[in-house]
Design a protein around this ligand. Sequence first.
Ligand code: FES
Length: 231
Amino acid sequence: MTQQVTLNIDGALIRAAKGTSVLDAALDFGICIPHLCHVSNIEDIGSCRLCIVENIVNGRSKITTSCTLLVQDDMMILSNTDKIRRLRHNIAELLVSEAPNSRAMQDIALRCGVEETRYSFRNNDCILCGRCVRACTGEFGVKPLGFVGRGKDRRVEAPFNLRSKLCNECGRCIDLCPMVMPACDGPMETGKERLCGNCESKLSDTDLTLGYCVGCYFGEGIQCQRSPINV
Ligand code: FES
């Protein structure tokens, strides 16, 4: 029988199976922690950092990604403090600056309270979330796609940039990509770094997260209307 643990997330006592991530435990309970690179039932790599939470250990707060943090007995997690919202706002600002043409990124940013960014728009086609890479490795155990390069040269490619024989054309990588929706046609020029606010993401349709949240207006794991919790 799977061993259960009890932890506290934002004041709620939650039972979860050992080995579950804090993000999954929160989402299963109906607490929305914003996330992007997480895909249910596939190992997380913590690349987007939107899912950060405060893990309180011996009275000290440690900021960590909840998708890579496994539940433990008596854990105390805070997902919606002023500090977290401030950091998450900055992360969303950076993400949308990389790809302001993506409706999903615009939607996530707006839901994290970003209306304009302090960073120049770069109009990249990929935000390196790794959802496509993990679709193959996590679900089929093959690697027709992978990360190559470092720093600003980091990108997703097939080995030797050739179509891999391991690809069975299932299209799962495309289903999971937040960049494939029709591009946003709002203003996204450098010097006018404002979000148009008209994009509606369908990202949650490709993810197996709950379609509702306790006290959440949007209910897509992106933004919650719960009142701030003081540490
Ligand atoms: S969802 Fe946890 S880091 Fe992206």
